[in-house]
Design a protein around this ligand. Sequence first.
Ligand SMILES: Cc1ncc(COP(=O)(O)O)c(C=O)c1O
Length: 367
Amino acid sequence: MASSPPAIPNRIVREMATPSGPRAPRADGHGSPHRMNLNECPYPPSPVAVRAMRAACETVNRYPDPSWGALVAAVSARTGIAASRIVVGNGSDELIVNAGRVALEPGDEVVVPVPSFPGYNKCAALFGARVVAVPVRDDGAVDVDAMLAATGPRTRLVFAATPNNPTGAMLPAADVARLAAAVPSSALLVIDEAYHEFAIHAGGDEHLPALARRDGPWASFRTLSKAYGLAGIRVGYCLAGSDDLAQAFQKVRAPFNVNAVAQAGALAAWDDLDHVHGILDATRVERERIAAGLRELGCEPFPSVANFVTARTPRAAAEVVAGLETRGVLISRLMAPGFEQYIRVTVGLPEDTDAVLDGLADLLGRR
Ligand SMILES: Cc1ncc(COP(=O)(O)O)c(C=O)c1O
């Protein structure tokens, strides 16, 4: 008897693992849980942005601006990148997938640091490409020499996050310059700067000048999900190295990919830098409290400049995560091989810090 055709026609998609996805917080009798698992901003967005989003709701009978004109003009004015080289995404998540559409064909290779953002692996899988995983350095920063050594004739895409999620370490401009110079021009180099504002606040370098000297294609991806506190409206942007590359990102996206409320909120938030600085200052204070508390409890945190701290714990991370969850504290663990004892704690409000350190003290027997 002829076997029936598969339910999913595309073989690559059929064979991909079903994503476990970010876990939605439970309402479980602890009141609102301490959400320290998704690298969200614990503070509400700028009130100016909230007003702009409310106003935008009045006209959502119309499609949004398909070329995000006002937002692109604002991003161009601050970054110095021409509007023709800026592409806005439905979060940088969308841009990461679209980097695959732009760069990859089945059988190609994608060089990614490990541990790093899981979206890079999904991007590779979706287009039938092979991931070449390169361990980060001991300090958690992307290992530029090893990344370059892993880059070969089949490499079409290289992802490097700075600061890297989940380790929190950033690269100096000299390292980005080396990547920019030595990644072959047959590959798209993506510098994922989702935590850019945190890096600059910590005294880190601007990477656009180094990238501008690259001969081959490059893009920097940034987002309003983190320092701007706008994860819920999904706005990220790509600063592309050339008009041609920006056009490629335009070709592969949906026509109205960023909704009108999100565009209005992002534009208003972009100008409220006092609000962003307040978030960055408060994040630094709580990040240092978390790192110090973790060390006191016998954990070994990576030095992080971002809105999260990753640390090795004396116990299996799965047990620690589950134990904290029963105490109403959500954190995450690293899924990369060799990191079974590592947890990642997103920086939250002062009371979130208290709750996570309290729960850990119980679980690690440090009372
Ligand atoms: C390194 C990195 N890149 C990209 C993203 C995706 O951000 P968004 O899609 O919210 O812009 C994240 C989110 O946590 C991240 O950590």
